[in-house]
Design a protein around this ligand. Structure first.
Ligand code: SF4
Ligand code: SF4
Length: 662
């Protein structure tokens, strides 16, 4: 009876403490802004099944992924053992054998998982101390991370030992061989006398219970808080298109500021991201800015959000209750996250692709850029000219808008204004396609291909304007919204079945962001349309240039929109001898131009385009192929910087294909 009372008291106290900690977390999330993430429950549950229970992101790294997979599933299955021990505390002698025929398979599973958890925990410990991957040694990672991991892994090992010890001792003193508990049965031989076994059972049982309750109460204060928050974080992750940034409401004139300068301006989900971060460093390990020595670590930004939210919440709560606490002069921006960090981001999305708990770094970074640009007019001086050009010329460059269609002179192609009955395909040329002398060749190659295939098409000519991609990603939401609205108004005057865009940034904005402004269109990237024209026999390849080629994935075509096969297929059909870089497809390394970085100086660290070009040149290609004007420019510059212009050409896939057709 005393045992039941003592256990009951400990259990209630532990649960009360845990509830208190979790209530604190919920109060912290409540300081954030509203965000409806309770829609499409089916799709959210599917994400949980894939990412949380299937561990799909972690398994991208097979060894660490498998270790974590077993730890996760061990945790879930072994909860049944914890439940058994808890009920035993209130009903002495209770075992899960009450489950009847379900017990033996469950017991086998518990023991098998128990062994795997022990092995995984030992391997994880060894990895932390002897084979720690580079990502753990970023400048902002301190010894506390390793200490925390050691403590958690040590507690897991203790729980496992107590579980096996308790089960074995129970078999020894009851003489009842529990079906399925084969290992415990074998271990029961270690207890020579029944009375000794009974005493050991009590010791193991208390260790099991106390360590589990201590573990439960340590979690909310540890880096392993993600054990509790990662599944909800995956459940609430964005179901919007990957390439869509949220529309900022600019109409409300009573609003004092736009964008985010402190955690109260973030949504509750963005705050939850901070508390779901496992501190694993996967995001930072793939960040091109970090890899080239810029002061940006996506991991640090997320941990800073957590740190600042934890700092601010008690102050806000005390102030709300009339406490005399001055609001700290700190804010997230400047005191935790600095301008150079924010402007170093290329919005390449590598961090988000890698994050095992689906944290959304890019929207948080752009939200802070929005504050800097719209509220404080603080941005790199180079962007002043870019914004001015976008306002007056509708292109980031200093070209007159009247000359936007000049590239097409002599090509005999119609504008949409001349095709009032409509066309099958509207060719979206983009700023680079219209003004960049090198990239004009890609526009011309595209025209050649469309004509050869007999596609009925037209372009907007001088009615086309920059889509607003770079304005939006550099934080100038005001300018971006003007450009998007005006483009949608223009497009809505015309009839066409679909749009084809050579530039992945244009494609992404038209597809994923124009709908926010009333423009819903069928839009395809040029590589996808060209692949279709080949597959349907409208384009025929007659020459096979067997150039050794490596293809560089554009972030906005690949990671944002999942287009990986079409460009490779076109290159292969053109006769290219394809060699893949180690960092390719969804692990592709950015060229350094996205997120308006193309229009900013890169003065700190190594240049991102050089890092990428060196990786490509290591394969000794004759051609580096791309499907993006920004990538083409960055890689061409990289090839020049490496004095490799004589040996290697940087070409768009459309140019390679145009050379290969009849
Ligand atoms: S989007 Fe790319 S550049 Fe920006 S933080 Fe993530 S990985 Fe780094
Ligand atoms: S944000 Fe994601 S990938 Fe980065 S450290 Fe946190 S959990 Fe790991």
């Amino acid at each position: 009876m005393i045992r039941i009372l003592v256990f009951g008291l400990i259990l209630l106290s532990a649960l009360a403490l845990f509830t208190h900690s979790m209530t604190g977390l919920i109060k912290t999330l409540a300081i954030g802004k509203k965000d409806d993430r309770f829609d499409h429950i089916g799709a959210r549950l599917r994400n949980v099944l894939m990412v949380a229970f299937g561990q799909s992101k972690l398994l991208r790294e097979p060894l660490a992924g498998l270790m974590h997979f077993f730890l996760f599933w061990g945790f879930v299955i072994l909860l049944t053992a914890v439940l058994e021990a808890m009920i035993e505390g209130l009903l002495p002698g209770f075992t899960l054998e009450v489950l009847g025929a379900f017990f033996p398979p469950l017991a086998v599973l518990q023991e098998a998982v128990g062994v795997l958890v022990i092995l995984s925990a030992l391997a994880a410990l060894a990895r932390w101390y002897w084979f720690s991957p580079k990502r753990y040694f970023g400048p902002e990672v301190t010894g506390h991370v390793r200490l925390d991991a050691t403590l958690i892994l040590g507690l897991i090992l203790l729980i496992m030992i107590a579980m096996f010890g308790g089960n074995a001792a129970r078999i020894a003193f009851t003489g009842h061989l529990q079906q399925g508990r084969l290992l415990s049965r074998a271990l029961s031989g270690l207890f020579p006398s029944a009375s000794g076994a009974h005493a050991w059972f009590e010791i193991f049982w208390w260790i099991h219970i106390l360590v589990v309750l201590a573990f439960l109460n340590y979690l909310p204060h540890s880096k392993h808080l993600h054990v509790l928050t990662s599944v909800p974080n995956v459940f609430f992750s964005s179901l919007r298109p990957r390439g869509e940034l949220a529309k900022l409401s600019l109409e409300d004139e009573s609003v004092e500021k736009f964008g985010v300068d402190d955690v109260r301006d973030l949504t509750w989900k963005q705050l939850l991201d901070g508390f779901a971060c496992t501190d694993c460093g996967r995001c930072t390990s793939v960040c091109p800015a970090h890899a080239t020595g810029k002061p940006l670590s996506p991991r640090k930004i997320i941990m800073n959000i957590r740190e600042r939210a934890a700092e601010l919440t008690p102050i806000l709560l005390a102030a709300a209750e009339g406490g005399n606490h001055a609001i700290l002069k700190h804010r997230l921006l400047d005191h935790f996250v600095t301008e150079p960090e924010l402007w170093a981001c290329t919005t390449c999305r590598a961090c988000m692709e890698e994050c095992p708990v689906t944290i959304e770094h890019v929207p948080a970074i752009v939200d802070m850029r929005r504050y800097l640009v719209l509220t404080e007019s603080r941005f790199p001086s180079e962007l002043t000219t870019t914004f001015k050009n976008l306002e007056t010329n509708y292109t980031p460059w200093a070209f007159s808008h009247e000359t936007r269609a000049d590239w097409a002179k002599g090509l005999d192609i119609k504008t949409m204004a001349e095709m009032q009955d409509g066309v099958d395909v509207l060719f979206w040329v983009g700023c680079a396609g219209a003004y960049d002398k090198r990239y004009e060749k890609v526009s011309r190659a595209m025209v050649k291909l469309l004509k050869s295939a007999g596609v009925e098409f037209a372009f907007l000519g001088t009615e086309e304007k920059c889509t607003g991609d770079l304005a939006r990603r550099s934080g100038n939401e005001y300018l971006a919204q003007i450009l998007m609205t005006e483009n949608v108004e223009t497009l809505n005057q015309y009839r066409f079945k679909r749009i084809v865009a050579t530039c992945p940034h244009c494609f992404n904005t038209i597809k994923n962001e124009f709908p926010q402004f009333g423009g819903e269109y069928a839009v395809v990237p040029h590589t996808v349309l060209l692949q279709e024209l080949i597959q349907t026999g409208k384009l025929r390849i007659s020459k096979h240039a067997k150039a050794r080629t490596t293809y560089h994935d554009s972030c906005y075509l690949g990671r944002y929109n999942g287009v990986y096969r079409a460009p490779r297929d076109l290159l292969a059909r053109s006769g290219a001898n394809l060699a893949e870089m180690a960092r390719s497809r969804d692990r592709g390394f950015c060229c350094g131009a996205g997120g308006a970085r193309m229009f900013m100086e890169e003065t700190v660290g190594k240049r991102v385009n050089i890092e990428r070009t060196v990786e490509a040149l290591a394969l000794h290609p004759e051609t580096i192929a791309t499907a993006c004007p920004f990538c083409l420019t960055m890689l061409t510059d990289g090839v020049k910087a490496n004095d490799a212009e004589e040996k290697v050409q940087v070409r768009d896939v459309a140019e390679v294909l145009a050379d290969a057709i009849v």
